[in-house]
Design a protein around this ligand. Structure first.
Ligand SMILES: Nc1ncnc2c1ncn2[C@@H]1O[C@H](COP(=O)(O)OP(=O)(O)OP(=O)(O)O)[C@@H](O)[C@H]1O
Ligand SMILES: [Mg+2]
Length: 249
């Protein structure tokens, strides 16, 4: 049986009069990577942002249900939602502080004062992001001096410092070169033993390489869900077939 950590039922999101997501029923397996794919404007980012309610900060209104571990997520305190479901955007936003301070910002905010414990949080999470060896001599360097790929890994590592269960990533590699993309993909494959990962990507080859499950969306609805092999090699719906063909050429 599949171990489902997050489920949406009849999820609808609208921005004012614009209905963007229409009755989305989706489920996400624990400790798996699920890739959201689909044409530009179909609502992938809106869907991702609804999964930890950030969409409301962009003027989106949510209706329907979202359950995490069987409990109603939408009625949970916002802080708990954000700590349980972290989010990483396309362009890494490092805080204008040192690498160390980026990594301790949230733990200190939530009351951690013990220096040894803070050091441990910094080291263990930088290790998880594969960044530790690259920055261990320079933890007091301004984070903005890191390369784009390193900044993206730092942002992912920072998101882990509050111990989330689920990580949402919106096209985290689209501004990165092949080498940095490979770094992030390797990291995500390692992270999935501890976290559940939901990633929006335009890069179908990337979805093939890392995803366990793929959701194909069009015009605010889910057209088809399956394994990468099912979606990319044996799509059932003609809309999926057309999209895959289009993206191949
Ligand atoms: N804050 C907003 N206010 C109003 N409409 C919005 C807002 N954000 C997104 N939209 C609209 O919602 C629709 C879906 O946008 P969304 O960003 O979710 O698409 P997407 O699939 O992520 O596209 P892309 O692949 O280009 O990133 C689009 O029509 C977009 O114009
Ligand atoms: Mg988007």
């Amino acid at each position: 049986m599949k171990d489902i950590i997050l489920r949406t039922e009849n999820l609808c999101v609208n921005y004012g009069k614009k209905d963007i997501l229409k009755n989305i029923d989706a489920s996400f397996e624990k400790n798996k990577i699920t890739a959201l794919i689909g044409p530009s404007g179909c609502g992938k980012s809106t869907f991702l942002k609804s999964l930890n309610k950030t969409v409301e900060e962009y003027g989106g209104k949510i209706s329907g249900n979202i359950c995490i571990n069987g409990s109603d997520m939408l009625s949970m305190p916002l802080q708990k939602i954000r700590n349980t479901i972290g989010m990483v955007f396309q362009t890494p936003v490092v805080f204008p502080f040192s690498i160390y301070k980026n990594m301790t910002y949230a733990p200190i905010y939530y009351g951690e004062k013990n220096k040894e414990r803070l050091d441990e949080i910094v080291v263990s999470n930088l290790k998880k992001s594969g960044l530790y060896d690259e920055v261990k001599e320079n933890l007091n360097m301004q984070a903005s001096k890191l390369s784009g790929g390193q900044q993206q890994r730092l942002v992912i590592a920072r998101c882990l410092t509050v111990d989330p269960e689920i990580i949402l990533l919106d096209e985290p590699c689209s501004a990165l070169d092949i080498k940095n993309t490979a770094h992030i993909e390797k990291m995500l494959l390692e992270l999935k033993s501890e976290y559940t990962i939901i990633i929006v990507t335009h890069n179908l080859a990337q979805a093939k390489r890392i995803a366990d499950n793929v959701i194909f969306m069009e015009e605010g609805t889910i057209v088809e869900t399956g394994t990468p092999d099912e979606i990319f090699n044996h799509p059932v719906d003609s809309r999926t077939q057309e999209y895959i063909m289009y993206m191949k050429n």
